[in-house]
Design a binder for this molecule. Structure first.
Ligand code: HSE
Length: 322
């Protein structure tokens, strides 16, 4: 094992499902968290940014636990860690914050011990922790991921996003836990709804892979989770039905919500109109929200150069949004 003195990773947020691809499709977004990990005499955390307030600063922290899983898997011992983290990714809003923390921790711990584990192994480990592959796959590989999980192994294919594809996400100021949003999804479905989603999800993958942006609107329709989650996200149903009339290529609930995602052609002249429509629709429901124009992230988690000797926050300053 070649133990590094310090590793820093940058890991993207993600949006899951893209409408019909429940627990199957994900796309990485240009909103990031950074994790620095060092072997240490004693475990200590430095958590920065509003989105990490209140998270544990002892060994029960997810980052520490996930790092130890990597060391166990690789058969090495690095019991004490100094961990620094900054995140621009809001928690429990449907932008994959827990997936990015898991992927960031896996990648940082693996790099710290000389990268003995393959990306595919990290993908299997991340999915076992997260229980679905869509967010973790996007954060790990970047771009768009189509993935299937059999309970132990993930099969996945990465799709390069079309260069004109951009997103506008509307992030409500209330939290919605993934477990609450999963509990409202039924256990069984009518055959017609299953066929509806299989056909749209297949069409969406074909449209994204072949750059048929014109097909996105009709391919993003879903009948197996969004209708059941609608009551948890006021304004969502209207946005899903009408966002395309204001310039969106298509719209979906982002992951388990409450963030709403629109896909947009970055050259579309109606971007300001779309943002105004989305904010007003949320506003009519009494919901304060933040609009974020985000690009698809193409790289997934990346290990930053270790040549830069400056302290953690100085190294990432200039990149952070907050
Ligand atoms: N596919 C998941 C869901 C993403 O929709 O519940 C949430 O993490």
């Amino acid at each position: 094992m070649s133990l590094q003195q310090r590793v820093t990773v940058k890991v993207p947020a993600s949006t899951a499902n893209l409408g019909p691809g429940f627990d199957t499709l994900g796309m990485a977004l240009s909103l990031y968290a950074w994790i620095e990990m060092k072997p240490s005499e004693q475990t200590v955390f430095h958590l920065y940014g509003d989105h990490l307030n209140g998270l544990p600063t002892d060994r029960s922290n997810l980052i520490y636990e996930v790092a130890q899983m990597v060391f166990n898997e690789a058969g090495v011992s690095v019991p004490e860690l100094e961990i620094s983290m900054f995140s621009d990714i809001p928690l429990t809003r449907g932008l994959g914050s827990s997936a990015s923390a898991i992927v960031g921790a896996l990648a940082a711990a693996n790099a710290l011990i000389g990268s003995p584990l393959s990306d595919d192994k990290l993908m299997d480990m991340a999915t076992s922790l997260e229980k679905h592959p869509d967010n973790v796959g996007a954060s790990l590989y970047g771009g768009i991921i189509a993935a299937a999980w059999d309970g132990s192994r993930v099969d996945h294919i990465r799709i390069e996003p079309h260069q004109d594809l951009q997103t506008l996400v509307i992030v409500p100021d209330f939290e919605l836990s993934t477990s609450k949003a999963r509990n409202v999804v039924p256990q069984q479905f009518d055959k017609s709804d299953v066929v509806h989603n299989i056909s749209r999800s297949s069409l969406l993958v074909a449209a994204l892979a072949s750059g048929r942006l014109d097909m996105i609107q009709r391919a993003m329709l879903d009948r197996i989770h969004q209708p059941y989650r609608a009551s948890l996200v006021p304004g969502m149903t209207e946005i899903l039905e009408h966002a395309v009339e204001h310039g969106a290529l298509g719209a979906a609930l982002s992951g388990a919500g409450p963030t709403v995602l629109t896909l947009v052609d970055r050259h579309d002249p109606r971007k300001a109109e779309l943002e105004q429509y989305l904010m007003e629709t949320m506003g009519k429901e009494g919901i304060n929200a933040t609009p974020l124009w985000l690009d698809p992230d193409l790289d997934g988690v990346t290990v930053l150069s270790d040549q830069d000797e400056r302290p953690f926050l100085d190294r990432i300053k200039g990149e952070v949004k907050a």
